[in-house]
Ligand binder design. Structure first.
Ligand code: NAD
Length: 270
């Protein structure tokens, strides 16, 4: 991977995950600065990965070739506007991981010609199993695209969006979906506890079953999920009875509605 000086503006979970991935893939820690007004989290990241810690967004952004905007969406305007007149963006690549802020908004906040890429990661990036959707704004060149892709490959897999609105689809499919799976596992754990297992046993049983199902599906990548489901389901058997409950309550439709609601919310936030 090509090495450029990177400044992370924001020292939260996502910045931490990406920095961890980069450093573990051999990216030079001395080329990464992590910036936030409060020292606790940025200093922890700096100590853990050997990167530079700073409280000065302007200084960090000025010396960087790549600026990663990693603050909460509601902080973005406040973070960007001071950079508008103080930083020359002509030689910089800007990456933003904030949900729900369209590229147009950054052009307004920063009021300069920009090379900008939107990235939608998810929390499994923390363990190197993330999925990131990327969207390249109009001024992006091939090297910038390759750089952003390599950056996110260090914490998992990537998919490019041709159109900006597709980023909202990625939110529904991968950005929010860890929570869907956690809800399912949470419900199963609760029921297992009612059956008499300790919380630790119930958690382990559910986790191992989920992991087993995922590994099985991955080992048979050409087999559709529907076929894998049918293979566990004997006619009139126990699994068939359990699945009948999901179908009676129209689980596929619930999932469809949930995913559409995530997309609608992302569109509303824009
Ligand atoms: P977080 O709350 O953990 O971190 C935000 C960081 O921003 C904190 O370190 C805070 O100190 C810092 N900050 C606040 N004000 C600042 C300022 N003025 N200058 C510099 N730093 C400042 O948030 P997170 O979960 O890491 O999310 C960061 C971004 O990633 C958000 O925009 C979010 O939409 C996006 N995102 C998060 C997830 C997720 O699942 N967590 C998934 C996809 C995208």
């Amino acid at each position: 991977m090509q090495h450029r000086k990177i400044a992370f503006i924001g020292a939260g979970n996502m910045a931490n995950a990406i920095i961890a991935g980069l450093v573990s893939h051999g990216y030079p820690a001395s080329m990464i600065t992590v910036c936030s007004p409060t020292p606790i989290r940025r200093d922890k990241i700096a100590q853990q990965y050997g990167v530079i810690s700073s409280s000065d967004n302007l200084a960090a952004a000025t010396q960087a070739e790549v600026i990663v905007l990693a603050v909460k969406p509601q902080m973005m305007k406040e973070v960007c506007e001071p950079l508008q007149t103080a930083v020359d963006f002509s030689q910089k690549l800007v990456l933003t991981i904030a949900a729900g802020i369209p590229t147009q908004r950054y052009h307004e906040y920063l009021a300069q010609p920009l090379r900008l890429i939107r990235i939608m990661p998810n929390t499994p990036s923390l363990v190197g199993k993330g999925v990131s959707g990327l969207f390249a704004d109009s001024n992006i060149n091939a090297e910038d695209k390759q750089f952003a892709e390599q950056l996110m490959l260090s914490v998992g897999s990537t998919i490019w969006c041709e159109k900006e609105h597709e980023i909202n689809n990625i939110i529904a499919v991968t950005g929010s979906s860890p929570a869907y799976f956690f809800l399912f596992m949470e419900s199963m754990q609760q029921e297992a506890e009612k059956l008499g297992y300790t919380p630790e046993q119930a958690r382990a049983l559910v986790l191992n079953a989920a992991e087993g199902a995922i590994e099985l599906a991955k080992s048979q990548n050409d087999t559709p999920f529907a076929t894998l489901r049918e293979q566990v389901t004997s006619k009139g058997g126990t699994t068939a009875m359990a699945l009948a409950q999901f179908y009676d309550h129209n689980l596929p439709q619930i999932v469809a509605k949930a995913m559409q609601s995530a997309i609608d919310r992302a569109e509303e936030m824009e």
